[in-house]
Write a protein that binds this ligand. Structure first.
Ligand code: GFB
Length: 315
């Protein structure tokens, strides 16, 4: 992508879009187009068409999405399938109609079957039943992948689909109920530390395995793939290593400085037992994540402490 190219970054206020935005600015891209949700509701077909007609972006990074943790996915399945299908359908179709040179669609590792062989290779997509706690979200993301592939096949577009593993970092949602495990535990452990609680509760059994990628590394991989990846086939983005939720909670307690007990509550669902991505396709192209889990968690906790999220319990 040329530094002067007009790039539409959708979802720039979110975790992923925010990281891509920071990176594009630091790399010297000068012609970025962004819209807040209030300015443009991408679920609205007519409004999205008017926006594309006016702006005519050359490149599109589709980071706008309705995302959340295991509880949010199970509680709001209708919002997860509707919002994601509408946003991605409108943006992908308008990108085709307006001759966008290249589009990047962000999927998720939850598109793979619940009991997928590990590590999960790109070709395992649609090989088995999905994890029920996030099936509507996964189905929407799979529809996005298939839409990109269908448009490439029929219309000769250059739409790529990337599958990141579980993400975390500055700008995350630290809601206690609807967030992903890392922001939820950071906030719970922080509250535990300042209130000198004897214990903090972790949902589930602590036995599921998860892989975590720092969001600034994801942003870096997205720009790398915009410049170095042309295939219609999906490509995984991860670190190639995972750990149990129990191990993660111990590390987070250390990072946050919580010295009490960690108690597991098995009345909450565990979700998929393991989802480690096979990243050989990506490393074969020469890309690797730079941030270790400990560094990334420390940076995220620093950001949390400076953000309004950390003030909520003291006010
Ligand atoms: O991050 P998380 O919500 O998403 O949960 P998934 C990961 C694991 O951490 C689950 C456990 O086994 C949770 O039960 N966990 C422990 C907690 N304590 C907590 C807590 O306080 N909050 C949360 N949220 N989890 C999501 C999908 O699955 O992953 C999405 O639902 C998406 O669709 C996303 O794919 C990346 O990894 O289970």
């Amino acid at each position: 992508m040329e530094k002067e190219a007009k790039i539409f970054l959708s979802g720039h206020a979110g975790l992923v879009g925010g990281a891509i935005h920071r990176l594009l600015i630091s790399l010297g891209f000068k012609n970025l187009v962004t819209r807040s949700f209030k300015e443009l509701d991408l679920r609205d077909q007519a409004a999205t068409a008017v926006f594309f007609e006016k702006e005519r972006p050359q490149y599109v990074l589709l980071a706008a999405a309705r995302a959340g943790g295991i509880r949010a996915n199970s509680t709001y399945p209708a919002q997860f399938i509707y919002n994601n299908l509408m946003i991605q359908t409108n943006v992908i179709h308008q990108s085709y109609l307006h001759g966008v040179k290249k589009l990047l669609f962000l999927g998720s590792s939850c598109i793979y079957p619940k009991f997928c062989p590990q590590p999960m290779k790109e070709e395992y997509l649609l090989d088995g039943q999905l994890e029920p706690t996030n099936e509507p979200y996964a189905i929407a993301k799979i529809a996005g992948i298939k839409m990109c592939q269908a448009y490439n096949q029929q219309y000769g577009t250059h739409f790529i689909s990337v599958m990141p593993t579980n993400l975390y970092g500055p700008g995350d949602n630290f809601d206690l109920l609807d967030s992903h495990v890392i922001p939820a535990l950071i906030r719970k452990l922080h509250i535990g530390k300042i209130s000198r609680a004897k214990e903090v509760t972790i949902w589930g059994s602590g036995t599921p395995w998860r892989e975590f990628l720092f969001v600034d590394d994801l942003a870096n991989a997205c720009i790398f793939l915009m410049e170095n990846y042309e295939e219609s086939n999906i490509i995984n983005i991860g670190v190639g290593k995972d750990l149990t939720i129990n191990e993660l909670a111990q590390i987070l307690a250390e990072v946050v400085g919580f010295t009490g007990k960690l108690v597991f509550d098995p009345s909450h669902p565990d979700g998929t037992p393991r989802k480690l991505l096979d990243i050989s396709k990506l490393t074969g192209l020469g890309w690797r994540a730079k941030t270790s889990l400990k560094e990334g968690l420390a940076l995220t906790y620093e950001w949390f402490c400076r953000s309004p999220w950390s003030q909520m319990e003291t006010t």
